[in-house]
Design a protein around this ligand. Structure first.
Ligand SMILES: Cc1ncc(COP(=O)(O)O)c(C=O)c1O
Length: 389
């Protein structure tokens, strides 16, 4: 039985042609015409002035924080419900993450909790040095109140749009909302370079400096001279060529991801005990992953039973991100709220959402969910059991 993955890479455009061009031109390094062109094409797509292509989204987050001068002893507020890379980048700087819970309407950072935390930091006389808001599963955070709160306390905002390329907020593309925005082109993202990332900004100085630091911070001298600590974080020209082919297909990929979500919603929304991640009215999600909540009472099986039943059918699904305040490595960090993301984690499941999924693949997924709901046989991974709801 063919395995259905969560969100595998899908090379469906001119990637091969562009990759061969790069290969034949002998620009087999971390600079070259495809890197430049990929940056320009991303700027055009996102509507931002400058971009630096890097080896990963994590590297992009790290350098965005370095740009803001984040260092040991500083605090940085960030979304609680995210992938660990967001918080790890803060730790790379020696700073301490402080986590802000989600709200139920968007599952993204709750702007009211952010405002409360900033107010309490101001009262204590220790404002954070930055805020990182994450666009979860391809849906933009609610930027109007987030930006308002950040501006009130003059704290710079970084947008972690790793999952949200092609999503919009009031008609503006994800990546535009902070001092800097970052993207990931990891293999599971909506477009991929196998591994890669980007920092985007309207601030030319930031991007110039990101390029400088990401290529080992070499001073302009004929010999190797360094006045700053540098990083080896630049994207390869070969991978940028793949990224360009992928980017040409972005709109089609967003449309396909959204169609997959609509299919799941149409087929599953009438089942009791299933709830879909809400789509906020202020924009359009790229629906990177379709995510559902499973209420065990109503549905007749819990999230883990459903995940295992899918696994038996050779279908990959995943619990949603485990919130940062529940991660052993961040257990000593402060969190504002936490209950909402803990509850979403307990019940949330990401369904296969690859753009190359066929109708037959989608049917295979929904059949398992329909079966679970009818309280028929559902597998616990080793043996078949009967759910009694
Ligand atoms: C929200 C978020 N931030 C950051 C990253 C890190 O990106 P990368 O894997 O390219 O380092 C990811 C994904 O991998 C992510 O989902």
């Amino acid at each position: 039985m063919k395995r259905i993955y969560l969100s595998p890479p899908h090379l469906d455009g001119r990637e091969r042609e562009l990759l061969l061009q790069a290969y034949e031109s002998n620009w087999i390094t971390t600079l070259g015409p495809h890197v430049d062109a990929f940056e320009q094409e991303m700027c055009q797509k996102v509507g931002v002035r400058h971009a630096a292509a890097l080896a990963s989204g994590t590297a992009a987050l790290h350098l965005a924080l370095v740009m803001l001068g984040i260092k040991g002893g500083d605090e940085v507020l960030c979304s609680n419900l995210t992938f660990a890379a967001t918080a790890n980048a803060i730790a790379y700087c020696g700073a301490t993450p402080v986590f802000i819970d989600s709200n139920r309407t968007t599952w993204n950072m709750d702007p009211e909790l952010l405002a409360k935390e900033l107010k309490s930091c101001a009262k204590k006389g220790k404002l954070p040095k930055a805020v990182i808001a994450v666009d979860l599963y391809g849906q933009c955070a609610d930027y109007d109140p987030i930006i308002e709160a950040c501006q009130r306390y003059e704290v710079p905002l970084i947008e972690d749009a790793a999952e949200a390329l092609g999503a919009t907020y009031h008609g503006t593309y994800a990546g535009k909302f902070g001092r800097m925005g970052i993207f990931s082109f990891n293999g599971n993202k909506i477009i991929t370079t196998s591994g890669g990332g980007m920092v985007v900004s309207d601030g030319e100085e930031y991007i110039k400096k990101v390029r400088f630091l990401s290529t080992q911070a070499r001073d302009s001298a004929p010999h190797y001279q360094h006045s700053h600590i540098g990083y080896n974080y630049r994207l390869s020209n070969l991978l940028a060529a793949i990224g360009r082919g992928q980017l040409e297909r972005l709109d089609a990929k967003v449309a396909r991801k959204r169609a997959i979500k609509d299919f799941y919603r149409n087929v599953l929304q009438d089942l009791p005990g299933i709830e879909f991640m809400p789509e906020a009215p202020y924009g359009q999600s790229n629906c990177w992953l379709t995510v559902i909540l499973i209420h065990p009472q109503g549905f007749g099986a819990d999230r883990e039973q459903v995940r295992l039943a899918l696994e038996v059918e050779n279908i990959e699904s995943r619990p949603i991100w485990k919130p940062m305040h529940m991660q052993p490595v961040f257990k000593d960090c402060r969190v504002r709220g936490g209950e909402v993301s803990a509850d979403l984690f307990e019940r949330g499941l990401c369904l296969p959402s690859g753009t190359q999924m066929t109708g037959e693949d989608l049917e295979r997924v929904v059949n398992v969910l329909r079966r679970g709901n009818k309280k028929e046989l559902i597998s616990d991974g080793d043996q078949w059991i009967i759910l009694d709801g």
